[in-house]
Design a protein around this ligand. Structure first.
Ligand code: ADP
Length: 498
């Protein structure tokens, strides 16, 4: 900025140096993606028309524009898919040498890498997430998961020494809309590596990357029926859960639906893993590297619009650094760019659906009504589409709904503490137990906190980091079972002659 006004006058308007540099739009091209007008169900290696004859439209939540017609699979469709998976299991997949299974998984991983740009655009178009995230997080991690489990396929004897691991059969897998392709990879890769076949149901709002994945399966020349994709809403999921010929259900989604599934399966002998909601504590001690911690807070809650089950949605700040952290946080929030998911500059994209937007809105209203103080940075939102400004609440009491319930949106609730014991007490005061973050310079404190935090994953001086070799999963109402790592194979193998 030129301070000397006379200098500006002397040089004239044209020569004035701008006071702020605006970003120029940097849109990713959507040319690379071609959608069919309508999709069938991917069963036994083919796209089949739904017997139900029902369809719905999937949209781009950033523009509220239709993208394609999707099949709503009914009972008979789910039955066809399970039959195809059973046949493929009995006659082909379980008979293959494990090293052959590995070859297919390696192929899938490499094809995902080759087609990553196309998949990234699909994820952003159908889900609303920024292209920067689908390109740099979802796609590399999805490919990494297939690479990782490809490596285990012929080494199961080493993963479970002296316990004669065998596949269990047909797995029914139900996934949510926040990381559509990545959740598919988390589910399909370990199941196939262990010799099972799958019927997977993507979430109703984000079916397109799973349908495109059927083309990857075709390219990799997987035997037909090893991977089957049935689309539809919760009714389709419920049909899959109650199908008598499914040996195992793996579910990621809300705690409410997880509980319903558990009730349905009680006494059936079917195996079950549940990855459900969360209300994670991100705890900042006064000796933490504060600028890094602020980045961790931002990444913890605004990554993927806060549509993350392990999001750091409760921030606990040590009282002595409260003012500093909050002012740094607000300053950083002002630099977040909210808007077009396909723009490479975008930090926060569109909310996945109108329904989710309404849910976030009503929980935020409850925070205001209960007496918390709200801050939202100035920010211009696009006129069409579903958007929510990154939000932080201070002056929050533990009893407020915004401190207790999962919002699944870009909304942070800040609380304070004075001692490590108080931080643990408050952090564990939730029905959930999926993840937590600890920020401090002291390694011993990190270890002590990690021992006492009742959370499946504890990040230290970082947040929302994932690696296929590292198990992920929860305690309490966040579910049970682990995905990732050697632990992630366990739900898909029978041991000791079971
Ligand atoms: P969210 O609140 O994140 O949308 P849901 O638990 O409703 O989470 O959805 C997660 C997945 O579970 C989706 O694929 C959805 O279609 C599916 N689903 C919803 N209801 C049921 C049900 N009763 N049985 C099985 N699956 C269901």
């Amino acid at each position: 900025m030129i301070k000397d006004k006379r200098e500006v006058a002397r040089r004239g308007e044209a020569a004035a140096i701008p006071t702020a540099w605006e970003y120029a739009p940097a849109p990713e091209s959507r040319e690379i993606v071609h959608f069919e007008d309508r999709y069938g169900l991917c069963i036994g290696g083919q796209f089949l028309e739904p017997l139900s004859n029902e369809r719905y439209t999937t949209i781009d939540p950033a523009r509220e524009e239709p993208l394609a017609e999707i099949a709503q699979a009914g009972k008979a469709d789910v039955d066809r898919a399970v039959k195809a998976a059973r046949e493929a299991y009995a006659e082909r997949w379980s008979q293959l040498r494990p090293s052959e299974r590995a070859k297919y998984l390696f192929r899938i991983a490499r094809i995902l890498q080759e087609r990553s740009r196309e998949f990234a655009v699909v994820e952003s178009l159908n889900g609303g997430k920024p292209i920067r995230e689908s390109r740099d997080v979802d796609l590399p991690l999805a490919a990494a998961h297939f690479f990782y489990y490809a490596g285990w396929a012929d080494k199961l004897e080493y993963a479970f020494p002296n316990r004669t691991p065998r596949p269990i059969g047909v797995a029914g897998q139900i996934i949510p809309w926040n990381f559509p392709l990545l959740m598919l990879a988390w589910k399909i890769a370990p199941a196939l590596a262990a010799g099972n076949t799958v019927v997977l149901k993507p979430a109703e709002t984000t079916p397109l990357s799973a349908l495109l994945f059927c083309d990857v399966v075709r390219q990799a020349e997987l035997p037909p029926g090893v991977v089957n994709i049935v689309t539809g809403d919760g009714r389709t999921g419920a049909e899959l859960v109650s199908h008598p010929d499914v040996d195992k259900i793996a579910f990621t989604g809300s705690t409410e639906v997880g509980k319903a599934i558990q009730r349905t399966l009680a006494g059936s002998g079917k195996r079950l893993t549940l990855e459900l909601g969360g209300k994670a504590a991100n705890i900042i001690f006064d000796d933490a590297p504060l600028d890094q911690a602020v980045e961790g807070i931002i990444n913890g809650i605004y990554f993927n619009q806060g549509h993350v089950c392990c999001a750091g949605s409760r921030l606990f700040v040590e009282e002595s650094i409260y003012e500093t952290v909050i002012s740094k946080l607000k300053r950083r929030m002002k630099t977040l760019r909210v808007g077009d998911p396909l723009d490479k500059n975008t930090d926060v994209g569109a909310i996945n659906s109108k329904q989710q937007l309404d849910k976030i809105g009503s929980l935020v209203q409850s925070g205001i009504d209960e007496g918390a103080e709200i801050y939202q940075p100035p920010c211009k939102l696009p006129e069409r589409g579903y958007w929510f400004v990154p939000t932080v609440f201070t002056n929050v009491a533990q009893s407020y709904r915004i401190a207790q319930e999962e919002i699944f949106g870009p909304v942070l609730s800040v609380l304070t503490f004075r001692t490590p014991d108080e931080a643990i007490e408050k952090a564990n005061n939730t029905p959930y137990g999926l993840s937590a973050g600890v920020w401090t310079e002291k390694g011993s404190r990190i270890l002590a906190m990690a021992q006492k935090l009742r959370a499946g994953v504890v990040w230290a001086n970082t947040y929302n980091r994932f690696d296929p070799a590292s198990p992920f999963g929860g305690y309490k109402e966040s579910g049970f079972g682990r995905e990732g790592g050697r632990h992630g194979l366990e739900p898909y193998v029978a041991l000791d002659g079971e």
